[in-house]
Design a protein around this ligand. Structure first.
Ligand code: NAD
Ligand code: UD1
Length: 347
């Protein structure tokens, strides 16, 4: 059993990963300020993790920008043991919002991460898994995207993620003993197969899958497909979708590697290596749900790329991890969650 601190553990990816880690027998402290999540997510994580799990989860409502809240979290381990490693999900992730309010993004994403690293130093913890994003590659010229591709983000959200990546590299170079994984996720979607936890975006979803599932369930009338004239086989944009349970497994594998191997700075894409177009996603969702998803092809969205697909080989080689779940399974599980929780955790 390892004693872990999970920042942002009530969020979409954090809740699924927390469940997997509890099931693997670890003991967790979660710190979350519920800026974009609900305490209900962690209640359901405990329900899914089964008897005894409640003794291995402590939740601290707090902000990663507060040294006092972080101290509280570092002292809260249910095992009484020191925190051995941190998985850092807490952050803001809406591209459009980051363009309108960049200071908030620099504050939470960069300053929040700096506070966390200071607290880790103060508490003698030097093992970290960080949520980065394929957004750090911007609009890459070659496909699939390897980890050596240029870092050239095109919006404040991406800049803040790239800056944290750089801060982590500087830190690892400054002091021996750091074990750090920078995980660049591609497009996380899906939900736990039980339908009890899933993605609960507030307001109008920016991302494709939550929008499609809200159309299928009748909360929205029609999907707008952003561009039908991309240089792709059907003219719609192509992305590398990854099931959130595969992503959770990727975190577990990265953590195991960091703890087992000598100190290192590991940088890995977490994606499937498979691209799917918007229209393929619509068809897959229609088959999974048995519902029609009306759509209209509209103008391209600013800042979009035609196609982004990961080269996932390095993660396979370094972690022995690869995705297992298909687009059909992503749509099946999103639909199961959406149907059972048409308004997310709010009812
Ligand atoms: P999410 O918004 O569901 O989860 C983030 C969690 O962090 C939320 O529970 C939120 O309340 C919490 N949080 C935000 N600010 C905080 C603060 N100051 N202090 C404490 N907690 C705070 O997002 P997610 O989809 O689960 O993403 C998790 C991480 O992965 C983020 O860092 C995100 O940038 C990154 N990421 C996400 C995606 C994606 O498409 N979902 C893709 C690539 C990278
Ligand atoms: C978006 C972010 C990216 C972030 C990623 C996280 C932008 C420009 N990029 O990427 O920084 O890392 O989410 O998962 O916001 N689409 C539609 N109609 C919709 C929504 C999306 O056609 O209503 C299309 C998009 O044009 C794209 C695909 O669906 O081709 C996927 O879009 P989305 O889910 O927003 O993800 P990304 O664009 O990859």
């Amino acid at each position: 059993m390892t004693q872990l601190l999970i920042t942002g553990g009530a969020g979409f990816i954090g809740s699924h990963t927390s469940l997997l880690l509890l099931e693997a027998g670890h003991s967790l402290v979660v710190i979350d300020n519920y800026d974009n999540s609900s305490p209900e997510a962690l209640r359901r994580v405990l329900e899914l993790a089964g008897p005894g799990a409640a003794d291995r989860l402590v939740v601290v409502e707090g902000d990663i920008r507060s040294a006092a809240d972080l101290d509280k979290a570092f002292a809260a381990a249910p095992s009484g043991q020191p925190i051995e490693a941190v998985i850092h999900f807490a952050g803001l992730k809406a591209v459009g919002e980051s363009v309108g309010d960049p200071l908030r993004y620099w504050d939470v994403n960069l300053s929040g991460s700096r506070h966390l690293l200071k607290a880790m130093q103060a508490h003698g913890c030097r093992t970290l898994v960080f949520s980065s994003s394929c957004t750090v590659y911007g609009l890459p010229e070659t496909m699939p995207i390897g980890e050596g591709a240029a870092i050239q983000p095109i919006n404040p959200y991406g800049h803040s993620k790239a800056a944290v990546e750089q801060m982590l590299a500087d830190l690892a170079a400054s002091e021996a003993g750091w074990r750090i994984a920078r995980l660049r996720y591609f497009n996380p979607v899906g939900a736990h197969p039980s339908g009890r936890i899933g993605e609960d975006p507030s307001g109008i979803p920016n991302n494709l899958l939550p929008f499609v599932s809200q159309v299928a369930v009748g909360r929205r009338t029609e999907l707008q497909v952003f561009g039908g004239d991309w240089p792709t086989p059907d003219g719609s944009g192509i992305r590398d979708y990854i099931h959130v349970m595969d992503l959770a497994e990727g975190h577990r594998a990265a953590l195991d590697a960091l703890l087992a191997e000598p100190p290192q700075l590991l940088t890995l894409n977490l994606g499937s290596g498979q691209g799917h177009s918007v229209l393929e996603v619509v068809r897959a969702f229609e088959s999974a749900s048995g519902r029609t998803v009306p759509y209209a092809i509209v103008a391209r969205r600013d800042g979009d790329a035609a196609c982004t697909v990961a080269d996932p080989h390095l993660a396979a080689e370094r972690l022995g991890w690869r995705t297992r779940l298909s687009l059909a399974e992503m749509c099946r599980d999103s639909w199961c969650w959406q149907q059972a929780n048409p308004h997310g955790y709010g009812g």
